[in-house]
Design a protein around this ligand. Structure first.
Ligand SMILES: [Fe+2]
Length: 113
């Protein structure tokens, strides 16, 4: 499902970029393919929820956000700092904080289920 979600997002962003430079037809085709990826992600999500439950699915994503994404952003932010890119470091640190916020919402959501 994550691979489908990534492909969906990349296709949607490419479509936006194509639209911005006036390539409307290509943007339309990319959006159609993005919708296919979203359909795949939804089908897999529904299968996961059916097998594991909504609470476990939300909790699993919370763990990914909290344990994996926060540290990944922090590692890359420290690398940016070492390489003398304070602007990139600042951006990545703020992304890490936002990932924590996403994890918190997911944990609260999972508890509410
Ligand atoms: Fe994340």
């Amino acid at each position: 499902m994550r691979a489908n979600a990534e492909d969906y997002m990349t296709l949607a962003l490419l479509a936006e970029r194509m639209e911005a430079v006036g390539r409307t037809e290509e943007a339309k085709l990319l959006r159609e393919k993005a919708a296919v990826e979203l359909g795949h992600a939804k089908a897999i999500f529904e299968t996961l929820v059916k097998a594991e439950g909504l609470q476990a699915t939300a909790k699993e994503l919370a763990d990914v956000e909290d344990l994996q994404h926060v540290s990944e952003y922090n590692v890359v932010a420290m690398k940016a700092k070492e390489e003398g890119h304070p602007d990139i470091e600042k951006m990545l640190c703020s992304f890490a904080e936002q990932e924590k916020g996403i994890a918190e919402v997911l944990k609260r959501t999972a508890k509410a289920l």
